[in-house]
Every structure is written in C-alpha cells, then in structure tokens.
Write a protein that binds this ligand. Structure first.
Ligand SMILES: CC(C)(COP(=O)(O)OP(=O)(O)OC[C@H]1O[C@@H](n2cnc3c(N)ncnc32)[C@H](O)[C@@H]1OP(=O)(O)O)[C@@H](O)C(=O)NCCC(=O)NCCS
Length: 153
C-alpha cells in the first residue's frame, strides 16, 4: 500500500490582542446549587485573558489585577462556556483585557452573556521585571467595559 500524500502544514498567524476559548461545565466545576463555581469561572477568564495579553505583548505576563467581575446569570452543569478576551487598553508595560463569558445551551446554540470582567496584566522579563509592550492598533484602544456585540465566541 502506498503512503498517503503528505499534507503541507497550514501556518497562519493567531489573531493579535484577542483570544477565544470554549469549555464544558462538568459537575466537578459546580457549587452545591449545581451551577458553575465562581472561582472556576475566574480561572477560565484569567487563562483566556492571559493568552490575549501574551499575543499582544509577545512575552511573558503576570496577572496584576482582576477588576469589576460581574456574575450576571448562573452557568449550569451541561452548558458550554464561551469566552472572548480582548486587550482594550495598553500602558507602558501593562495591558487591560476585557473578558466576556457566555453560557451556551449547546443543543440550540443559544448564548447569553453570563459574566464580564476587566483584567490587568503586566509584561515581565525573565527576572520578573516589567518590560514595555507595543501600542494597540488604531481603534482598538477603547478601554471599553461594554461587550462587543460582534464578538460572540
Ligand atoms: C505586577 C508586577 C510585575 C508589577 O511590578 P512593579 O515593580 O510593582 O511594577 P511597576 O510599579 O513598575 O508597575 C509596572 C506596571 O504595572 C502596573 N501595575 C502594577 N501593579 C498593578 C495593579 N495591582 N493593578 C493594575 N496595574 C498595576 C503599573 O500601573 C505599571 O503600568 P504601566 O507600565 O503600563 O504604566 C508585580 O507586582 C508582581 O509580580 N506581582 C505579582 C503577580 C502575580 O504573581 N500574579 C499572579 C496572581 S497571584
């Protein structure tokens, strides 16, 4: 039998300054009410936000602040959780990332904004010292705390 034809690798750049992530809610991720545990949702937000910050900054980052996290509606076991993280403000070494979390009923595709928050990351060198990050592209430096209606994950 002949070998299958070699498939050339597809190399495309990741979107800069933005990250999307999907998770499923299992019973181990819930509180005794059967809804997602807040600390678990926060850790997902921190993960998605850190990917957006690393993509923007191009180096290691640490979380410096989690701000204004609003748990608006409960996320239930069996839901999918879709996260959208976007760098919305950049300082000299810091980056503010807005994170929107949607709960999704997978069978219908219905999504509802469940949790929002703003995270600040600082770009650090190998010794953990803050180091400069590039500016945001024109129009992206919104600092907005409002969800982007076109950005549903
Ligand atoms: C974040 C950290 C690197 C900042 O170091 P630092 O020596 O205090 O840095 P500086 O005072 O020079 O500030 C550097 C930048 O961070 C920002 N910053 C520092 N602490 C911040 C905070 N708590 N919230 C928001 N921004 C903060 C400053 O505003 C500054 O921003 P700019 O350069 O864009 O103007 C340091 O505090 C640290 O390592 N913290 C622990 C991070 C960590 O372990 N996170 C995991 C979660 S526990």
């Amino acid at each position: 039998m002949s070998d299958p034809p070699a498939v050339p690798p597809v190399v495309t750049p990741a979107p800069r300054s933005r990250a999307r992530m999907l998770e499923l809610v299992f019973p181990k991720d819930t509180n005794y009410l059967g809804t997602a545990f807040g600390g678990w949702v926060l850790s997902l937000m921190d993960k998605a936000a850190s990917v957006a910050a690393v993509r923007h900054g191009g180096g290691n980052v640490v979380t410096a602040r989690m701000d204004g996290v609003d748990f608006r509606v409960p996320i239930r076991v069996g839901d999918a959780v879709a996260l959208d993280a976007q760098v919305v403000r950049v300082g000299r070494t810091s980056m503010t990332v807005r994170v929107d979390v949607y709960r999704e009923t997978m069978t219908t595709g219905e999504q509802e904004l469940a949790t929002t928050g703003m995270f600040v990351f600082v770009s650090v060198d190998d010794e953990g010292r803050p180091c400069p990050v590039p500016p945001l592209a024109e129009g992206q430096d919104t600092g907005s705390a409002h969800p982007d209606p076109d950005a549903r994950p």
